[in-house]
Ligand binder design. Structure first.
Ligand code: A2P
Length: 278
C-alpha cells in the first residue's frame, strides 16, 4: 500500500505530502471518500467549514481502526467568521462537527483584504496553537503582502499557504516567496479540477512513458516541486490511483515539457477581490 512521505513544517509538525481533498462533496460523499482514502493508505484529509462536510470526515476518522495521531486533519475558517472572538467560536463549532479533541492544521480560508480582519483572525489562530487545540496554523489564498502583514503583526509565520496551483497556473513567484519564508505551499485544485489540463497531449506522452495516468503525472509534478497536494475524487479507484505516485520519478526532460504547458490562469476566485461572506 503506498504512503505519502512526511514534510516537516516550520513549527516542527509533520504533514503527509499528499492528502484527500473533499471540496464539493456532500457530507455522505465526503464520508465515503474519506473511508476509501484511509483504506487506500491516505493519512491526510483536507476539509473546510464552508464545504459542509466536516461531520462526514469526522465520522470516517472516528470509525477508522487507525489511531488518531496517524491521521492528519485540516479544516478552514470561513470568511464570515473572521475576527478574534468569532474565530474562537468558529473553531469550537468546527471541532464539534469533526468530533476531534485536537486539530492538526487550521487555515484562514481567504485573506479578504477589503474586510481587513485577517490580522485579528491570525492572533486568534496563534492563541489556539498556544493552547494546544491545534497543532499547526496556516493560511489559504494569501498573497505575499497578506502573509507579510500577519507575520509583522504577531511574529508568527504560517506553516502553510494553500493556494490554487496546477501546471497551467503554476504560481511560481508566490511559491518562491513562501519558500523563502519557510512556508510550505499546498496546491488546491491540483488536477485543474479534472478539466482541460488532464487532456494536454504532453501529459499523455509522459504518462505513457512511465506507465502512469496523466493525473498521476500531474500529482508527481506537485510532489517533486515540494508542494503538499490534496486531489479530490469521489471514485475509490481514482482515490487509490492518486496516491500511487511514489514509485516513479519525472526526469528533467519531463519537467521541462510540463514547464512549457501554456499558463491559462486561475479557475477559482482572485484572492485580492474575493469577498464572499465578508
Ligand atoms: P472524480 O471525483 O469523478 O474522480 P481537483 O482535485 O484538481 O479539484 O480535481 C478534482 C476533479 O478531478 C474531480 O472532478 C475528479 O473527478 C477528477 N479526478 C480526480 N482524480 C482523477 C484521476 N485520477 N483521473 C481523472 N480525473 C480525476
Amino acid at each position: 500500500m503506498p504512503h505519502a512521505p512526511l514534510i516537516t513544517l516550520n513549527d516542527g509538525i509533520q504533514i503527509p505530502q499528499l492528502g484527500l481533498g473533499v471540496w464539493q462533496l456532500d457530507d455522505d460523499q465526503a464520508y465515503a471518500s474519506s473511508v476509501a482514502a484511509l483504506k487506500a493508505g491516505y493519512r491526510h484529509i483536507d476539509t473546510a467549514m464552508i464545504y459542509g462536510n466536516e461531520a462526514g470526515v469526522g465520522r470516517a476518522v472516528a470509525e477508522s481502526e487507525l489511531a488518531r495521531d496517524e491521521i492528519f486533519i485540516t479544516t478552514k475558517l470561513w470568511n464570515t467568521d473572521q475576527g478574534y472572538d468569532s474565530t474562537l467560536r468558529a473553531f469550537d463549532a468546527s471541532m464539534a462537527k469533526l468530533g476531534l479533541e485536537q486539530l492538526d492544521l487550521y487555515l484562514i480560508h481567504w485573506a479578504l483584504p477589503k474586510k481587513n480582519a485577517y490580522r485579528e483572525t491570525w492572533k486568534a489562530f496563534v492563541r489556539l496553537q498556544e493552547e494546544g487545540r491545534v497543532r499547526s496554523i496556516g493560511v489559504s489564498n494569501f498573497h505575499a503582502d497578506h502573509l507579510q502583514h500577519i507575520i509583522d503583526e504577531t511574529g508568527v509565520t504560517p506553516s502553510v499557504n494553500q493556494i490554487e496551483l496546477h501546471p497551467d497556473f503554476a504560481q511560481v513567484e508566490l511559491a518562491k516567496f513562501c519558500k523563502g519564508l519557510n512556508i510550505v505551499t499546498e496546491s488546491w485544485s491540483p488536477l485543474g479540477q479534472g478539466g482541460a489540463l488532464l487532456s494536454q497531449p504532453v501529459l499523455s506522452q509522459i504518462a505513457e512513458k512511465h506507465g502512469k495516468s496523466a493525473a498521476q503525472v500531474i500529482l508527481r509534478w506537485h510532489i517533486q516541486n515540494q508542494h503538499v497536494v490534496i486531489p479530490r475524487s469521489s471514485n475509490p479507484e481514482r482515490i487509490a490511483q492518486n496516491l500511487d505516485v511514489f514509485d516513479f520519478v519525472l526526469d528533467d526532460q519531463d519537467l521541462q515539457a510540463i514547464a512549457h504547458i501554456p499558463q491559462t490562469g486561475r479557475l477559482g476566485p482572485n484572492p485580492e477581490t474575493f469577498d464572499m461572506g465578508a
